[in-house]
Design a binder for this molecule. Structure first.
Ligand SMILES: [Zn+2]
Ligand SMILES: [Zn+2]
Length: 332
């Protein structure tokens, strides 16, 4: 579905704003490019004396560098997941919705529009979730991004460092980017540490020594900032929860449930990384599902994916009565 940005409002300001949004990405690209020059040129080729050490340093460095750049590229340039047309509220229904004052009547209209849609979440007033800007019924876990100007499937958050939404389509890439960036920083910091110490001892010669000094500082600084973010997202993956859901749990017919999409740690991991271990750590699309329908925790509904046959929900307190009731509600 096209967003509200149309050809009419693409004036000079629109293009200026669009260009400004790329500045944080440019900043990261410049840092990565400079770190490449400092590590390969100044540290490995000009400072490290042993050829064997140079080769080992460069091989591992390039492995991390390539994976980092590849996952960063994928995170930035993977398009957000857009809401399918069948979720659109047609103009007549939308007009009726806006002129209707009674909340109950509005609820009835929305229930009627969404009766064939596989949604399980509702809003805080108990209505089917809808977006009045995009004029759509929101699929589960979809949220409107004010920066992108449209609704985004399984939105996690909008990230200025990638100038894109972190969402269903690129969440795996984003996690890999954080993971590889952290490995890159740790590797660069550890391998440059002996030369950093030499600098303070005064035994490091040549103009390149300042590059090595800053390389160590920058690697530590970025490494420290990345570690908490990476650990937090690992926790969210293990719980099958988005950042937005961590702040505001999704609301089901039975009430809010922050663990409503949790299928057990291993299945939660597979939801994002896929079911083939060979592709887990490669930045190619392997996430399960379509970003529109999601298997639910067994307290809400039986899982739908084949890979979920052995769902590990033993740690769940399954209220079988509630589960049955919900299944009936969803079928009807
Ligand atoms: Zn929207
Ligand atoms: Zn966005």
């Amino acid at each position: 579905m096209a967003g509200p940005t149309t050809i009419n409002n693409r004036g000079p300001c629109f293009w200026c704003l669009k260009a400004i949004k790329w500045i944080p990405v440019l900043f990261i690209v410049v840092i990565i490019a400079w770190s490449y020059y400092a590590y390969v040129g100044q540290l490995c080729l000009d400072t490290v004396k042993s050829t064997a050490k140079q080769i080992v340093y460069l091989i591992f460095y390039h492995m991390f560098f390539i994976m980092l750049c590849w996952s960063y590229w994928q995170t930035i340039f993977t398009e957000i997941g857009r809401v399918p047309l069948k979720y659109k509220i047609d103009d007549a229904d939308f007009r009726t919705l806006t002129i209707t004052e009674s909340a109950e009547a509005q609820r009835q209209i929305l229930e009627n529009i969404s009766r064939h849609l596989p949604n399980t979440n509702i809003n805080i007033q108990g209505f089917p979730r809808f977006c009045d800007k995009c004029k759509i019924i929101k699929p589960d876990r979809t949220h409107h991004c004010s920066v992108c100007g449209e609704c985004v499937l399984k939105m996690d958050h909008h990230c200025p460092w990638i100038n894109n939404c972190v969402s269903f389509t690129n969440y795996k890439f984003f996690l890999l980017f954080l993971g590889y960036a952290l490995c890159y920083c740790i590797y660069v910091a550890l391998t440059s540490l002996p030369y950093f110490i030499d600098f303070w001892k005064g035994s490091l010669e040549g103009p390149g020594r300042f590059h090595i000094l800053f390389l160590f500082f920058v690697a530590i600084m970025f490494g420290v900032s990345l570690i908490s973010l990476f650990c937090y997202h690992c926790y969210l993956v293990s719980e099958n929860r988005t950042t937005l859901e961590a702040f505001r749990p999704p609301i089901f017919r039975t009430g809010p449930d922050k663990r409503g999409f949790s299928l057990g740690r291993y299945n939660n991991f597979q939801e994002v990384f896929g079911d083939n271990p060979k592709t887990w750590f490669i930045p190619v699309k392997t996430s399960l599902g379509d970003g529109i329908e999601f298997p639910l925790n067994s307290r809400h509904q039986a899982n739908s994916y084949q890979s979920m046959d052995n769902t590990q929900n033993s740690n769940r307190e399954v209220d079988s009565e509630t589960s049955k009731l919900n299944s009936v509600e969803i079928v009807t």
